[in-house]
Ligand binder design. Structure first.
Ligand SMILES: [Mg+2]
Length: 156
């Protein structure tokens, strides 16, 4: 008789990728696969950038008026921030996550910790499930990091 696989407690950190930009992309697919910035109140400066916009070297906080003239040439799209939308999308994500674990803790508008229990393989499969389901049900891409609770406890 072989020993049962070792199960243990893990913590997953779920984080929406480029949250504001990803939320805008759900409702405007023209923004997918191109550089996108989301602007602060009154369209003053860039407060969120897609991966493609970061690759252009646009830093957080860069003034929009300095970019506007070259936006077309760069293929760069900009959106005014819509915090009502981001709050709504965040609530959807957090609501779904709260049903995927007995223990969740919201860490920020686009990040939450989840408790997961099982073998390492099971916990990795659970992480893949979370990514798939959040994308399927909200349109938002997330990444999932997994750590041992004891490891975190040792260093906290
Ligand atoms: Mg994020």
């Amino acid at each position: 008789m072989s020993a049962p696989p070792l199960t243990d407690d893990y913590i997953a950190l779920v984080d929406v990728n480029s949250f504001y930009v990803s939320a805008e992309r759900v409702f405007d697919p023209r923004l997918i696969d191109r550089p996108v910035v989301v602007l602060s109140n009154n369209d003053g400066c860039c407060v969120a950038m897609s991966r493609e916009a970061k690759d252009l070297g646009i830093p957080f906080g860069y003034p929009w008026f300095k970019l506007q003239a070259s936006a077309d040439k760069l293929g760069l799209a900009a959106r005014s921030s819509n915090y009502e939308l981001y709050g709504e999308m965040s609530a959807r994500v957090m609501g779904l996550l709260s049903r995927m674990s007995m223990w969740t803790e919201v860490y920020s508008i686009d990040e939450a910790f989840l408790g997961l229990r099982g073998t390492l393989d099971e916990v990795h499969a659970a992480g893949e499930h979370i990514k798939r389901e959040i994308l399927r049900l909200t349109g938002l891409p997330v990444c999932v990091g997994i750590a041992k609770t004891t490891g975190i406890a040792e260093y906290s």
